[in-house]
Design a protein around this ligand. Sequence first.
Ligand SMILES: Cc1cc2nc3c(=O)[nH]c(=O)nc-3n(C[C@H](O)[C@H](O)[C@H](O)COP(=O)(O)O)c2cc1C
Length: 168
Amino acid sequence: MSSDRAQTPAASVSSELFRQACGRFPTGVAIAAIAGSDGAPHGLTVSSFTSLSLDPPLVLICLGHAVTLIDRFRAAEHFGLSVLGEDQRPISERFARRGQNRFTGVPWHSGEFHVPLIDGSLATIECAVDRRIAAGDHDILVGRMLRAHVSEGRPLVHWAGKYGRLGE
Ligand SMILES: Cc1cc2nc3c(=O)[nH]c(=O)nc-3n(C[C@H](O)[C@H](O)[C@H](O)COP(=O)(O)O)c2cc1C
């Protein structure tokens, strides 16, 4: 395959088609969270969580540059991930909404590395930031998994812009 970028056809995919094509790939839903310098929890809903490497144990999330919390995540040394179960859709919706304290009324606890973790999640994961990579209008945040807890249950699924549950 040629690596000559001059021969690559100009991009011709509209934002709408990009969204539709990527939306055909179902994902789970997680809450990515960090503690502020005062210990206050901050988090947002992400579907970009992906396992990256087993040895060393790396995962990644992608954060939009326009996300309000981007500077806090850029300054963080650790972050937490809570993988949501199928009954936690209201938490996903809450953590994707602007202009409120998202953790108010949501049961959570602080992990061993002081990252906020949502109670009752299918998995909680604590990561040390391994590296940050700017890519387009997002940052890729790579985390080294330091601790994880898992529970039994079924995941909340996001697909084509909608929430769903796994079929049998
Ligand atoms: C199901 C779902 C998945 C999302 N995944 C991501 C993601 O992976 N990365 C991201 O930056 N934003 C993602 N978002 C959007 C953020 O949650 C949302 O833009 C953000 O919380 C808006 O508030 P803020 O800018 O005040 O933080 C997702 C939203 C939803 C509903």
